[in-house]
Design a protein around this ligand. Structure first.
Ligand code: SAM
Length: 228
């Protein structure tokens, strides 16, 4: 089985347990709090901070075209999209079960400006320079082909557009590195090679005109602007 298929199988199982995933990522369940503390070294404040920092580059009242990849269950972003009724939002993920949770959430919230597309970040089914903003939360540590993912997210972004988000970076927090190596990689949730804050900054500087990177524990958070 290819790594691509292994990743899909792992996230399919997670998608079938949508509530469990949501509780972990938002720290809203006991399991989420334990995992956040034990694996990621986060307390409530730091946990809220990485989410706030990662979403901060999406301007209030944004009214352009936004691509989110991967959307997963949409638990972090559908509430944001509810505040952006003038925008045109496309959400992509290659695992239908994860995305089914996001679709249900969008319907329950009455979001009519959010579309869902199943696909691979490494071969995005969109024209060049078609989005004003590309948002990617917790995806790059999972994607099997990082070069293709960086290339494609840049290709579909308009000149002057913003690429932003977050994902796991190595070398910031020893306990997270241990769990990634011994648990998330073997289970197919994360796929090496992993960036460090330094390597990510360098990589993004080669692709973008403006680059800001910082970390909250092992979450690398970035905001870039594509040159015009
Ligand atoms: C950790 S989840 C993150 C979901 C969401 N952004 C969040 O932060 O809650 C990683 C997601 O990446 C998706 N994924 C993995 N490989 C992918 C690929 N090649 N193309 C598109 N999505 C992919 C998985 O299906 C999964 O939904």
């Amino acid at each position: 089985m290819s790594r691509h298929d292994e990743i899909r199988r792992s996230y399919k199982a997670l998608g079938d347990m949508g509530n469990i995933y949501d509780g972990i990522i938002t720290r809203s369940t006991l399991l989420g709090k334990i995992m956040d503390g034990l694996i990621w070294g986060l307390d409530g404040e730091l946990s809220a901070q990485w989410i706030e920092d990662a979403l901060a580059p999406v301007p209030a009242g944004f009214s352009g075209r936004l691509l989110e990849v991967p959307v997963g269950t949409g638990v972090l972003t559908m509430p944001l999209y509810a505040s952006l009724p003038e925008s045109e939002i496309t959400c992509l993920d290659n695992e239908a079960g994860m995305m089914a949770n996001a679709k249900k959430r969008a319907v329950a919230m009455g979001l009519s400006n959010v579309a869902f597309v199943q696909g691979d970040v490494g071969a995005l089914p969109f024209a060049d320079e078609s989005f004003d903003l590309v948002l990617s939360l917790n995806g790059f540590h999972a994607f099997p082909d990082k070069d293709a993912a960086f290339r494609e997210t840049r290709r579909v972004l308009k000149p002057g557009g913003v690429f932003c988000g977050c994902f796991y970076i190595a070398g910031e927090y020893g306990r997270t590195d241990w769990f990634v190596r011994h648990m998330y990689v073997p289970k197919g949730f994360f796929t090496p090679p992993f960036e460090t804050e330094e390597s990510l900054t360098e990589r993004l500087r080669e692709l973008y005109a403006e680059v800001e990177v910082h970390s909250v524990r092992a979450e690398g958070i970035f905001r870039c602007v594509k040159g015009t």
